[in-house]
Write a protein that binds this ligand. Structure first.
Ligand code: IDP
Ligand code: MG
Length: 151
């Protein structure tokens, strides 16, 4: 039985600012297992489905433009409590208000350029993983340090 999975998207600003490795490094050090990762472009159709819950909000058009404007990195991480752990590591949606020590709080200044997405529930995670990854793109293996990450 795999542990909890979450979906992460490193947005175009993370790619352009050379922060992909820095951000992935934080997740790796935390003990989260990388089960899927790919650099890709998000089509307008995919962006609209992915962000469907925000349709009609004033920032929706800008948000779709932002994530489709340039390559992103889609990631699936696995580990105990992965959804909540990643949300805490990301910090508040508005980078300007995010605590130092969080990804948004260390690297961002604006809500509309907040570097990263992470699923907000296990239900969203399943939906987002299915949207971005084919089953065969997700890996199953045991990290060598799992014996010391989990009791
Ligand atoms: P989250 O990414 O922290 O879950 P949501 O409220 O789900 O935040 O919003 C999704 C994304 O929409 C945010 O990460 C951000 O990129 C964008 N967004 C949210 N609110 C605003 C806003 O007021 N202005 C511009 N962009 C926004
Ligand atoms: Mg959200």
């Amino acid at each position: 039985m795999p542990r909890e999975r979450t979906f992460v998207l490193l947005k175009p600003d993370a790619v352009h600012r050379g922060l992909v490795g820095t951000i992935v490094h934080r997740f790796e050090r935390r003990g989260l297992k990388l089960v899927g990762m790919k650099a890709m472009r998000v089509s307008k159709g995919l962006a609209e489905t992915y962000y469907a819950e925000h349709k009609g909000k004033p920032f929706f058009e800008g948000l779709v433009k932002y994530v489709t404007s340039s390559p992103v990195v889609a990631i699936v991480l696995e580990g105990d409590g992965a959804v909540a752990v990643v949300r805490r590591m990301m910090g508040k949606t508005n980078s300007a208000e995010a605590e130092p020590g969080t990804i948004r709080g260390d690297f961002g200044l604006q809500i509309g350029r907040n570097l990263i997405h992470g699923s907000d529930s296990t239900t969203s995670a399943r939906r987002e993983i299915d949207l971005f990854f084919k089953p065969e793109e997700l890996l199953e293996y045991t990290r060598i340090d799992e014996a010391w990450l989990y009791e």
